[in-house]
Design a protein around this ligand. Structure first.
Ligand SMILES: [Zn+2]
Length: 388
């Protein structure tokens, strides 16, 4: 473990030095108007320096200017983050870049991107290449494979339930529950778990297993409910009436002395970022947790990355940022906790409705970045996209 930590420290110092050098680098090399690709142009405008100086490449005074460091940032946003392919579990970017590949860029791009790639390569002194991800990034994680295997599932669930921290929720921990077009908006029972006829459709609930979903993050609730501006929306603030014992799956496990391939932390992280095909596993975890006397589960939202704008499955030199001690807080801040309470907690008087409001959506904003359009060389890899 000591060597492991030393390696991480070396990486972080290296990254830190690199970063510092680039902070000192104020030499303007090109600007957003130099690019032909529209997405790249907009991304460059967003991160570039806003001044009226003449661009040394294209003479534009309106483009936002890029230094070597900013050219690399742009490359990361557009070509790395912009090519993340989500797999059944996990995911990884298709393209990476580094200094070692300078002048050796080897990727197929659309015709309008060819010159732009050369500009970024020269400004950043980098080269781009197709990335061969480590297999754990694509879901080759032993505990995750055991969860998908029915004969091994029980055993691994038992282990998972004893691995994650237990938390007690008190009346200080309120959360929100949204209702779309409720029949009687002021009726408290509208804000309990869904009625029987709607059970078995979401992550943890099943026929005869109602679950109340909520989150302390109101905007996240709106995402989760897939609301539209036409909906009649109401929100209840719910508060526990007494201490509730819950398992916290949003916690980051940092005491594992194993690689990513054996990590329960990575397995659970990927499980909750996976779509409907993962619900069966989640339901069995919930059922077992209830049998063990838990009132519910805290879990990271499927929409965490949409909410925080963070980069899903982020790695440094092929190591998950979840496993780098210095980045633990950063990784933790990317996951937004949701709450699932078993049964019908409002009816059972485990939680109480403290307040109900109508919600009016006045404006919806999008925070977007761009990536290259799929080109023929990697089209076949993209057809197993997992859309929830
Ligand atoms: Zn320019």
């Amino acid at each position: 473990m000591a060597d492991f930590e030393k390696a991480y420290k070396a990486i972080m110092t290296f990254e830190g030095n690199n970063h510092r050098q680039e902070m000192e680098d104020t030499n303007i090399l090109l600007c957003s108007d130099c690019f032909r690709d529209e997405g790249l142009k907009i991304d460059a405008f967003k991160i570039g320096i806003d001044n009226k100086d003449k661009c040394p490449k294209c003479n534009s005074t309106n483009g936002h200017k890029l230094t070597k460091g900013l050219a690399k940032d742009l490359c990361y946003r557009f070509f790395v983050r912009g090519t993340i392919l989500k797999q059944k579990y996990g995911g990884a970017p298709l393209i990476q870049f580094n200094q070692q590949h300078f002048n050796k860029t080897d990727i197929d791009v659309s015709p309008w991107l060819v010159d732009d790639v050369k500009l970024i390569e020269q400004a950043g002194e980098i080269g781009m290449f197709y990335y061969g991800p480590r297999f754990w990034m694509l879901g080759e994680v032993e505990p995750l494979k055991s969860l998908q295997n029915e004969s091994k599932r029980n055993e691994i669930i038992e282990k998972i339930l004893t691995t994650y921290p237990i938390r007690e929720l008190t009346d200080k921990e309120y959360f929100y529950r949204i209702r779309v077009n409720p029949k009687i908006s002021h009726d408290f029972s509208e804000y309990d778990s869904a009625p029987d006829e709607f059970l078995g459709k979401n992550r943890f609930d099943d026929i005869d297993f109602p679950v109340l979903y909520g989150s302390p993050d109101l905007e996240l609730c709106l995402h989760e409910c897939r609301t539209t501006v036409e909906d009649n929306l109401f929100v209840a603030k719910l508060v526990p009436t007494h201490k509730l014992k819950v398992l916290d799956f949003s916690a980051l496990l940092d005491e594992e002395n194993v690689t990513e391939f054996e990590s329960i932390d990575i397995a659970i992280h990927f499980l909750f970022l996976a779509g409907k095909h993962s619900y069966n596993i989640c339901r069995q975890i919930a059922l077992k947790a209830k049998e063990k006397g838990f009132d519910g589960i805290i879990y990271p939202s499927y929409f965490s990355y949409i909410r925080t704008g963070a980069f899903p499955f982020e790695t440094i030199y092929g190591i998950s940022i979840r496993r780098i001690p210095q980045l633990k807080d950063y990784a933790q801040s990317q996951s937004i906790p949701n709450l699932a309470l078993f049964g019908r907690p409002v009816n059972e008087k485990k939680v109480t409705v403290e307040c109900i409001n109508k919600i009016i959506i006045n404006r919806v904003g999008y925070d977007i970045t761009f990536g290259p359009a799929y080109h023929k060389a990697y089209e076949e890899e993209s057809d197993e996209q997992d859309i929830k």
